[in-house]
Design a protein around this ligand. Structure first.
Ligand SMILES: *Cc1c(COP(=O)(O)O)cnc(C)c1O
Length: 481
């Protein structure tokens, strides 16, 4: 030691493994003892051990500054490690992508009524499968079956974990070991590896493709029906559009063909809006009630797309077909839990008051937000954002085209508005934009935008309350400095 002090003063001395504190010593430091009092021994001792291991590795490399072993530094490290460990990985974010139902950002936002119902019910017992009238065993389907029947005109309804599960279960229950006829133009793949031919195989049914990519006719279906046919199926091409010389067979015509041979017709609707979006100036989506009226025996759709509720797969249709699906053993493995069921019931109830839906249902409220109001908000936020990102970026108010999202209506765009952030220095602008996007994502309430044509775009359609965004601008400025 005697030969080294001069060096330590000039360069900062390096610590060796022998200098590392014991876990007991760490736990005895006042700051760490306070953490133990707050969180208990297990978590704090675990993080202390992990810290000593990290420091030992650095010390063995000769890269550990002696200053890192100061009491304050050790206490701060352990406190930060405990805080990191207790910070949820699932975080709230601001969706400024312009896509309203964004699968990567959790799809539909729940309505206040749904949130209140979840909060009110989940901390205590409930009558999920208990019939309060008779005092006997009940069925969780009955929580929403009547509502779904009222809203869609179906005879019966059941609910599973998501629409993928609804499709899988429908095919397995109605056609396992037999053939299902589907148009080649409707063999969809949606995100997350849901491909109709693979789902068919997983359900144990044999896919019989008819027609061509662009044209399928009634006689294609009729000609494919044989002794092994169990089901005819329509799949809504929710995330693509075939245009030009096209032809598809509608539900009513297909139902007639199926029923003439005593076969059921199922339709996978995907988004499945329960209201005519055209009435709100939005592009039209097929409705479950129309498809049932046209003769479909089963219609399946998602709970967290246009419906605006929790993740769920809704299955509506005839008593006979829904009964077979409900009693199929796989149903038990795909059943919906009480948490989304509570939110789903509250969400469906909003549809009993359609006049209020555009206010009460966040998905519809956001989709119908006028572009002019979004533009006005952009104008209001422009100067504060410009100040936060100056002098490296320039901020302009721009007209944008957003999307409904979740595969629905892919060719239709939503006129919107927002803020465009452009680097003032053209050299290295790509890196500057990536750094800016990274800084926005690192904020306490991460902001997710999109990069397009050398600008970072923040579409403000989904920013209903600007206050949390504005409150973070000083932190953004700091992160960019
Ligand atoms: C979205 C979609 C599904 C899957 O629904 P999830 O609720 O995401 O499981 C299935 N089919 C179609 C046509 C879809 O658009």
């Amino acid at each position: 030691m005697t030969g080294r002090p001069a060096e330590s003063v000039v360069h900062g001395s390096k610590a060796s493994p022998q200098d590392l504190p014991s876990i007991d010593r760490l736990l005895g430091l006042p700051g760490v003892a306070a953490l133990v009092a707050e969180h208990g021994h297990t978590l704090v001792a675990g993080e202390s051990r992990a810290l000593v291991q990290r420091l030992r590795a650095q010390a063995l490399d000769g890269a550990l500054d002696a200053g890192a072993l100061d009491v304050e530094a050790l206490e701060a490290e352990i406190r930060a490690a405990v805080e990191r460990r207790l910070a949820p990985r699932l975080q709230r974010v601001l969706n400024l992508t312009g896509t309203v139902i964004h699968t990567n950002l959790g799809r539909a936002l729940l309505a206040d009524a749904a949130l209140e119902q979840v909060l009110a019910l989940m901390a205590g017992p409930n009558n999920l499968e208990y019939d309060l009238a008779s005092g006997g065993r009940g069925d969780r389907d009955s929580v929403v079956e009547e509502l779904l029947c009222t809203l869609t005109g179906a005879e019966a309804a059941t609910v599973v974990n998501n629409n993928a599960a609804a499709v899988l279960l429908t095919i397995a229950a109605l056609a396992r070991g037999r053939e299902v006829i589907v148009s080649r133009g409707e063999l969809v793949e949606i995100g997350g590896a849901f491909r109709m031919p693979d789902v068919m195989a997983a359900a144990g049914a044999k896919l019989v493709e008819v027609g061509t990519t662009n044209r399928t006719h009634a006689h294609d279906y009729a000609g494919a029906i044989g002794a092994r046919t169990a089901l005819l199926m329509k799949v809504h091409t929710s995330n693509y559009a075939v245009q030009g010389f096209t032809s598809a067979v509608g539900e009513a015509e297909l139902a007639a063909i199926a029923h003439a041979r005593a076969l059921p017709l199922a339709s996978d609707l995907g988004a499945g809006s329960l209201i005519d979006l055209a009435a709100y100036g939005l592009p039209r989506e097929p409705l479950p009630q129309e498809q049932l009226a046209a003769g479909c025996d089963i219609v399946t759709f998602s709970g967290d797309k246009l419906l605006g509720g929790p993740q769920a797969g809704l299955i509506v249709g005839s008593k006979a077909a829904v009964g077979r699906i409900r009693n199929y053993p796989l149903k038990r493995a795909l059943r919906v839990s009480k948490l989304p069921l509570a939110a789903l019931e509250a969400t469906l109830m909003l549809y009993l008051r359609p006049e209020r839906l555009a206010q009460d249902l966040p998905t519809l409220r956001l989709l119908t937000r006028p572009a002019a109001a979004i533009h006005e908000l952009a104008l209001r936020l422009q100067s504060a954002l410009a100040a936060a990102v100056a002098p490296r970026f320039e901020v302009t108010v721009v007209e944008l085209l957003g999307q409904i999202g979740s595969g629905s209506l892919p060719v239709e765009r939503l006129p919107s508005a927002g803020l465009a952030l452009a680097p003032l220095q053209k050299r290295g602008s790509g890196r500057a934009l990536d750094a800016l996007a990274g800084a926005l994502r690192s904020l306490p309430l991460p902001v997710i935008g999109r990069i397009s044509e050398d600008r970072l775009l923040l579409d403000l359609r989904c920013l209903e309350d600007a206050a949390p965004f504005v409150a973070q601008l000083p932190a953004l400025q700091l992160a960019l400095a």
